[in-house]
Design a protein around this ligand. Structure first.
Ligand code: HPA
Length: 276
């Protein structure tokens, strides 16, 4: 689909109607009428899909209304329908649109709204992110307990007042900790990116209560909550945030940390989803 014909670029479009169209595409292309759980795979989490259950269908994201080709190497552009051993239907979203791509927040949260339109009531959001907390090490997964949205933007339009208390479900965090009691948690601080933060910005994030820095999940979580979903968030700490680690940050380093941690964190994620 060419950029100019993107259905969400028309300001008159109803983003929920576009999501409903996308959900209908998914039902048609996968043969699965309804999904229970949706899972967005960020850097390092790509292998989880294979472990969650049996893949029923894989669909290129470009065949689904409103989805774009991935902007980034290391991000897979497909949607998968998986059946867990308990019979739950999991929609795996391997095609994230980042805010920094500049296509607007409607396109950023389209996958989340589509997941909700497929019937999913649980949204599992994963990402690769920088760590602020001194005891953390690159390669470590942490739970997201809350977020600070520094993008200055929102997926909500008009006077849409949505409660964000317990946005990252305590029930689901406890479920994850019942699988791995060593899981720590932290406050995800979303910057616009795509530049990594300055050391001063990381100090600011720490001062205001952040412990994870990233460029994706907060806006998606808000849209998921608006859609009434229960949310679980995981960050893979791919690097220590700028100024905490003294060496320069690179996308290569993020990808490599993800690749190394992938088997462990994918297995963890699959066990948590299997317990849902
Ligand atoms: N900052 C923001 N986003 C990131 C980082 C980081 O340090 N690492 C991976 N994604």
């Amino acid at each position: 689909m060419s950029h100019s014909s993107h259905p969400l670029d028309d300001p008159a479009a109803d983003p929920f109607a576009v999501a409903a169209d996308a959900a209908a595409d998914i039902a048609r292309l996968t043969g699965v009428e309804q999904h229970d759980i949706a899972l967005t795979l960020g850097s390092g989490w790509g292998r989880a899909a294979e472990l969650v259950g049996e893949t029923v269908a894989t669909v290129p994201a470009t065949e689904v209304t409103g989805f774009s080709a991935p902007a980034l190497a290391g991000h897979v552009g497909s949607l998968r329908s998986i059946r867990t051993s308990k019979g739950k239907r999991v929609l795996v979203i391997g095609a994230r649109t980042h805010y920094y791509e500049g296509h607007g927040v409607r396109r950023v949260v389209h996958s989340v709204r589509t997941a909700a339109a497929t019937g999913a009531t649980t949204m599992v959001l994963t990402n690769g992110a920088g760590g602020i907390k001194a005891s953390w090490k690159p390669g470590q997964p942490v739970l997201i307990s809350d977020h600070i949205n520094l993008t200055g933007d929102s997926p909500l339009e008009g006077a849409t007042f949505v409660d964000l208390t317990d946005l990252y479900s305590l029930r689901l965090r406890d479920l994850a900790r019942s699988i791995d009691p060593s899981l720590d948690e932290g406050v995800y601080t979303q910057f616009r990116g795509p530049q990594y933060e300055t050391p001063a910005e990381v100090r600011m994030a720490k001062t205001i209560g952040g412990s994870i820095v990233g460029m994706s999940t907060a806006l998606e979580a808000i849209a998921a909550r608006q859609a009434g979903m229960e949310i679980l968030g995981f960050s893979l700490i791919t690097n220590m945030a700028a100024g905490i680690q003294t060496t320069p940050l690179s996308h290569q380093e993020v990808i490599e940390a993800g690749r190394e941690a992938e088997p462990t964190i994918s297995a963890l994620l699959a066990r948590v989803i299997g317990a849902m």
